[in-house]
Design a protein around this ligand. Structure first.
Ligand SMILES: Cc1cc2nc3c(=O)[nH]c(=O)nc-3n(C[C@H](O)[C@H](O)[C@H](O)COP(=O)(O)OP(=O)(O)OC[C@H]3O[C@@H](n4cnc5c(N)ncnc54)[C@H](O)[C@@H]3O)c2cc1C
Length: 485
């Protein structure tokens, strides 16, 4: 449950029930997939499939700030690449934000879209100078950044804000996109692609029962389940964050984020029922610090939420890239991918949709070159030891230390050579799963708060009975799953 799906998206709930042939197949109906379908809606034979429901991936648990003032991202890009790339990234974010504005206006989408000032602040003294450097870059690019005090009582040694940034409700936005494309694009929910096969003239994409023949395929599934030819596991790590939604008396009408760890990220949201503060913190690489209960406790402390009316608690993950630029573009002829948004996926998903829809229509997009998904540059090489260390730690760590001290209701057994994990619920019922992610074999971590089994390596998630609720895994881990027993 997230703050955004208090009301479900109304769709025809269509499921694929026969083989089809399309021009372009988009795999994934989150922000990336749905926006790509929007830009291609006037072309013939466009199809979107989603393993779950529209918007029920990472998009569901986002904080949904539409922002180009993204912590210290421009300094990081200057360090990992160069200043020209940082300038191009800034322009690409502004271009994407304008694109979202245009879509909302053209389709008259009611999604609580609001212009609010966005603050970036230094939560430690040592962050003051780095933040000033970031601001100097923005000022040089004629961005109107002003030094301004944070409108909330959080320790801050310097804070700056911009005014042309936005917030919205992403699920209401996707409802609007759905309404705009539903009569032109075929959309299938609960339709999971488990295999993509390249032939001379097209791709065959398979669900467990049916085949979709497509000239172009767009992978908009967040973390792709295949490794080759993209090699994402060695070009990224996963970052997890903890979100608490609490009721407050006043909407203070701003968003903020700091530049260092622990993260302080905040925004407000108002619906007919109440005003909410959405507080996010404790962001970390999933290879480390895996006690979810402890993280939520810290978020409560950091934002002083003791005694607050807390309505929801949830986690979310995103793909982080070594050079801080997303992976957007062509992997092979007619095969496209978009991911690695470094937690700035509202603007980057729309940017990706524009780039990929242009590529499919043989149009040049002025931003496409800096996001080439096949790049492997100096930043990749420099960060490779860290990535390999964290991948190894997340692969081996849970295998060595299964019984974490914080597990209250979990036990592990070996039966018929299989590693099983058992969650005993409050009524005493056992929920048994295979303790191995079907994607690349990592052992799983139990999330005590959301009651899910989470893969620390590549972010797959399973419910307590083993149903896969987030990829890259395409299989469940239920004990009774015949395939695996
Ligand atoms: C804690 C947190 C806070 C964030 N806050 C912000 C923010 O304030 N602003 C911002 O700009 N960004 C933010 N982000 C980033 C942003 O939420 C994501 O980058 C973005 O939502 C990703 O969208 P997506 O469409 O690429 O992926 P998803 O929303 O995950 O969509 C992928 C879809 O593909 C489907 N799928 C997966 N595998 C298959 C398959 N095999 N077959 C068919 N379908 C499949 C899934 O069911 C899913 O619906 C945040 C991220 C995190 C982790």
């Amino acid at each position: 449950m997230s703050i955004w799906n208090k009301k479900e998206i109304k769709t025809k709930k269509q499921i694929l029930k026969h083989d089809i042939e399309v021009d372009t197949l988009i795999i994934g109906a989150g922000m990336t997939g749905m926006n790509t379908a929007y830009y291609l809606k006037d072309k013939k034979n466009i199809c979107v499939v989603d393993a779950s429901k529209i918007g029920h991936g990472v998009t569901l648990n986002t904080t949904a700030k539409i922002n180009y003032f993204q912590e210290k991202i421009y300094t990081k890009i200057i360090n990992s690449k160069d200043k020209l790339t940082a300038i191009k990234y800034l322009k690409s974010q502004q271009y994407a934000i304008n694109s979202i504005k245009k879509i909302i206006k053209a389709e008259n989408i009611d999604c609580d879209f609001k212009c609010v000032p966005s603050f970036v602040f230094a939560s430690t003294k040592s962050e003051v100078e780095p933040l000033k450097k970031e601001v100097e870059f923005l000022l040089e690019q004629k961005v109107k950044v002003k030094e301004k005090q944070l409108p909330i009582d959080i320790t801050s040694y310097a804070s700056y804000s911009v005014n042309d940034t936005y917030i919205f409700n992403p699920i209401k936005y996707l409802q609007g996109i759905y309404n705009a494309i539903k009569d032109k694009v075929s959309i299938y929910e609960n339709t999971k692609i488990v295999k993509i096969e390249k032939l001379w003239t097209h791709y065959n994409c398979y669900t467990d029962k049916y085949k979709i023949k497509a000239k172009n395929v767009v992978i908009a599934s967040h973390y792709p389940y295949f490794t080759i030819p993209f090699y994402l596991p060695i070009k990224s790590h996963i970052e997890k964050s903890y979100i608490i939604v609490s009721k407050v008396k006043k909407d203070l009408g701003f968003t903020c984020i700091n530049t260092t760890s622990p993260t302080y990220s905040l925004r407000f949201y108002q619906d007919n029922d109440a005003i909410y503060q959405i507080s996010l913190s404790e962001s970390h690489n999933t290879a480390f610090k895996q006690n979810d209960l402890e993280h939520f406790k810290k978020v409560k402390e950091i934002f002083n939420l003791k005694g607050s009316d807390i309505t929801l608690k949830y986690t979310n993950v995103d793909i982080m890239t070594p050079d801080n630029l997303p992976y957007i573009g062509k992997l092979k002829p007619n095969l496209y991918i978009a991911c690695g948004y470094n937690t700035w996926g509202m603007s980057n998903s729309v940017l990706a949709s524009r780039i990929i829809s242009d590529m499919i229509q043989n149009k040049q997009n002025k931003y496409q070159d800096i996001f080439n998904p096949l790049r492997f540059n100096l930043s990749n090489i420099k960060k490779l030891p860290y990535i390999i260390y964290s991948q190894t730690k997340s692969f081996i760590g849970p295998k060595i230390n299964k019984n974490k001290s914080w597990y209250k209701r979990i036990s592990f057994v070996k039966k018929d050579g299989l590693n099983l994990a058992i969650y005993k619920d409050k009524k005493g019922n056992n929920h048994i799963v295979h303790n191995k992610c079907p994607h690349l074999g990592c052992s799983l971590i139990f999330n005590e708060v959301e009651k899910t089994w989470d893969c620390p390596c590549h972010s797959s998630r399973f419910n307590i009975d083993g149903k896969c609720i987030k990829g890259p895994s395409i299989y469940d881990i239920s004990y009774k799953d015949n395939r695996r027993t």
